[in-house]
Design a protein around this ligand. Sequence first.
Ligand code: AHM
Ligand code: MG
Length: 336
Amino acid sequence: MSRVTLSRYLIEQTRSNNTPADLRFLIEVVARACKEISHAVSKGALGGVLGATETENIQGEVQKKLDVLSNEILLEANEWGGHLAGMASEEMDNAYQIPGKYPKGAYLLVFDPLDGSSNIDVNVSVGTIFSVLRCPGECFTQNDALGEEAFLQPGTKQVAAGYAIYGPQTMLMLTLGNGVMGFTLDRELGSFVLTHENIRVPETTSEFAINMSNQRHWEAPVQRYVGELLAGTEGPLNKNYNMRWIASMVADVHRILTRGGMFMYPKDSREPGKAGKLRLMYEANPMSFIIEQAGGAATTGTQRILDVQPESLHQRVPVFLGSKEEVERVTGYHQG
Ligand code: AHM
Ligand code: MG
């Protein structure tokens, strides 16, 4: 049986779905960068890449060496090709400008270079999350510096999104807006090979993911919902649930894409000014696009995540995503 590599899949998408050539190139470049990150992650202590730096990102989180390295790999891979008007990263305060010596292109690339980085030093799966938007208007032909506004588009405007997971296998999960495809890295060949076609999230589930240690800080609808999950057959849902929390969104979402489940990072009262922990542009939007494309759902509790109009690059949102039945249930509790 002939194997379908990522390159072949993308070329066939150009033929059948008019995926533009520059978008195809963009995805190939991101995938190449993810291979490099995967290589660095897998070396661990041998590569001298574990541990923290002395710097903090804009969120006040201490950056890990691999956060910084992964960010640099993505920037360097993507800045020269002429396919981007700019980039934005969870690890950078402001939008990244394409250096003047390179041509600019029509797309914006937004990423969390290494999600779940609290897990790096303990050898648990981490990943890279990315989202692709069109640069509005003719912003890529202007000489002015690209402002934050160009990026502030709702998730429905994404033309592609994906993540790479660096686990027992390195995989790339991708949507171009017509389903979700999963590619596994063949290390001997150095290619991503299509192994999971048209992934679907089961509509019902009996598994959920939430950081239970924050329970006392949650709002009433989440208290009610998780209380009912924990009550099992003795509660109103009349079903026993199992819980998993990896603290790597890529790994938790990957499990949900594979066998269903419900992922939650709600707003809580620890820092009342913050609407949750996860970032709309780098985490919630790309993951919501992927989950919806696989037949699941994603909400803030009161609004479909993909409809949220971003107000700033590093904005946070509450996240409930996964199997449709459970997402609808928790949305109902927020309404009622
Ligand atoms: P990061 O991007 O700094 O790694 O933070 C995001 C991560 C998610 O991957 C994960 O779902 C969450 O933070 C875990 O948070 P907590 O440690 O509060 O459970
Ligand atoms: Mg992250």
